[in-house]
Structure formats: C-alpha cells, structure tokens
Ligand binder design. Structure first.
Ligand SMILES: C[S@@+](CC[C@H](N)C(=O)[O-])C[C@H]1O[C@@H](n2cnc3c(N)ncnc32)[C@H](O)[C@@H]1O
Length: 257
C-alpha cells in the first residue's frame, strides 16, 4: 500500500530533493545492470530516476516503470520514451517478458504480509525470462538502522518555489518483530497545517529472504552487504541480492506455483 509520502503530489515532488544530495551509490550498482539488459522492469520505480538515467545513458531497449503512487509517477512521466504503469505487481500479468527486474530505494521492504511477499515474488518470477535476473536490496535488520533515522531523515530542504520545508522522522517504539513503522512530518510556510506521512517497512533477515526466494523459484547468484560489493556480514547495512529465474525443466513451463 502506498503511503501519503508518495501519493501526495506535494510530498512526491520533494522525494528526489530529500533522497539525492549527490549521486546515488545504489544507482551506480543498478545502472550497469540495466544498461546490459534488453527489457527492464522497475518495480516501485517512484519518480523514475533510474530509468531516466538509463535512457539518458543510451539504453535503446524496453524500459517499464511500475508504481502505485500517482504523485511519484506524475514526475516519472516527464520522460515519454519509457512505459509507465500505475499500480502494483497484481495489475499486470507479464509472462517471461523481461531479462531484468529491479527494485531500488528499498522498495522491496513495502511487502509486509507473507502472502503479499509470496505473490509479489511469484509475479516477478513469472515476468522474468528463464535466466533473467531480479536485483534488489533490503536493509539488514541486524544493524537496526531505524535507531538512527530520526537524525538521518530529519532535515530542511527547499521546495520547487524556494520555500523551506522541514521534515522530522519519528520511529514508533518499541520495535517488535520485523516491521518498523515511522512518520515523516512536513512543515513549511506554504502549508498551514503539517503534513504527516506514516509508513511501515519489513526487515527480512537473510535466512528468511533466502527461503522466500527459493520458494518462488529464484536462485541467488550474487549477494553483497553494501554498494561497494563487499560480502554480506552480520554488520552490513544492506542485503543486496541478484537472483535468477531458475531454468525450466524440459516439458514443464511453470515449475513453481
Ligand atoms: C522509497 S520509494 C523508492 C523509489 C525508487 N525505486 C527509488 O529508488 O528512488 C518506494 C516506492 O515504492 C512504491 N510502492 C509502494 N507500495 C508498492 C507496491 N505494493 N508495489 C510496488 N511499489 C510500491 C512507492 O509508491 C514508492 O514510489
């Protein structure tokens, strides 16, 4: 379910300002993968920056961005040479159409319920050609990054009109299980009342993630703990995974359900 941060056009317009103070390390990882693939689906594409960058860098193949938040997609539509789709993975039934599917910006963590995660991974598996890759990252729960989010994600930025917008991040405590809920409260002279966006993200441990991927017929071929491709350890900030759709057995078109 998309939260107000992404559905509210005024907040969506601030997303890139808040998230890209400089070049994004994650895009340095994902962009070469996108450039080396013919047909790419970006799930939870947000404002579409990764696919915009791919076109700007000369990608000539099929690029599709999918996101359920109209405010984010409105910004993505600034480029018309990319196919943009409003919705989630349930809104399309792609069958072996992509050789790469990406989920950047921790979009993978929006899948909260077991069933939701299972059906998302099945849809991703189905949308991949055999041998196609699914590349994504999720934060490592062991390092409890949310404990620093108040400092990390509370800041002041300029909106498009030059006004100052202050955003304060508050994590709801105590954190129990593998879900973390938090709010962003936005205030600024242009807004008579503060705008509050509440989100929940799921933090899957590496073992649980591995089991969901296997169940969906996806085989992990590369895994890193950070954008510099260092190995995943218990103190790594990220779990960055590249998984491949398992080759199909002769005579079987859908080995997993
Ligand atoms: C943190 S943003 C990441 C955007 C972009 N991938 C990036 O790297 O900047 C998370 C995105 O996931 C989208 N989202 C939320 N629920 C989703 C779902 N069920 N399926 C796909 N995308 C979803 C949000 O609308 C939002 O644009």
């Amino acid at each position: 379910m998309a939260n107000e941060e992404f559905t509210d056009p005024a907040l969506a317009a601030l997303y890139d300002t808040l998230n890209s103070a400089g070049p994004r390390d994650d895009f340095a990882f994902y962009l070469p993968l996108v450039m080396s693939a013919e047909a790419v689906l970006d799930v939870g594409c947000g404002t579409g920056t990764l696919l915009h960058e791919a076109r700007r860098a000369g990608h000539t193949g099929r690029l599709v961005g999918l996101d359920p938040a109209p405010g984010m997609l409105e910004i993505a539509r600034g480029r018309t040479d990319i196919q943009w789709m409003l919705g989630g993975l349930g809104s399309a039934a792609w069958d072996r159409e992509f050789d790469l599917i990406v989920m950047s910006g921790h979009a993978f963590q929006v899948f909260l319920e077991d069933d939701e995660l299972r059906s998302a991974l099945r849809a991703i598996r189905d949308a991949l050609q055999p041998g196609g890759r699914f590349a994504f990252e999720t934060r490592n729960p062991a390092v409890r990054a949310w404990e620093g989010w108040h400092e990390e994600y509370s800041s002041e930025v300029r909106d498009a009109d030059g006004g100052t917008v202050r955003t304060v991040c508050e994590v709801e405590t105590p954190v129990t299980g593998d879900r973390v809920s938090f709010t962003h409260t936005y205030t600024g002279p242009a807004w008579p009342t503060p705008r509050v966006s509440r989100s929940t993200l799921r933090f899957l441990a590496p073992e649980a993630l591995a089991s969901y991927l296997t169940e969906a017929g996806l085989v992990t071929v590369d895994q890193y703990g950070d954008w510099d491709r260092t190995p995943l350890t218990s103190v790594s900030p990220e779990i960055i995974t590249v998984a491949v759709r398992q080759p199909e057995l002769p005579g079987s078109t859908k080995p997993f359900s």
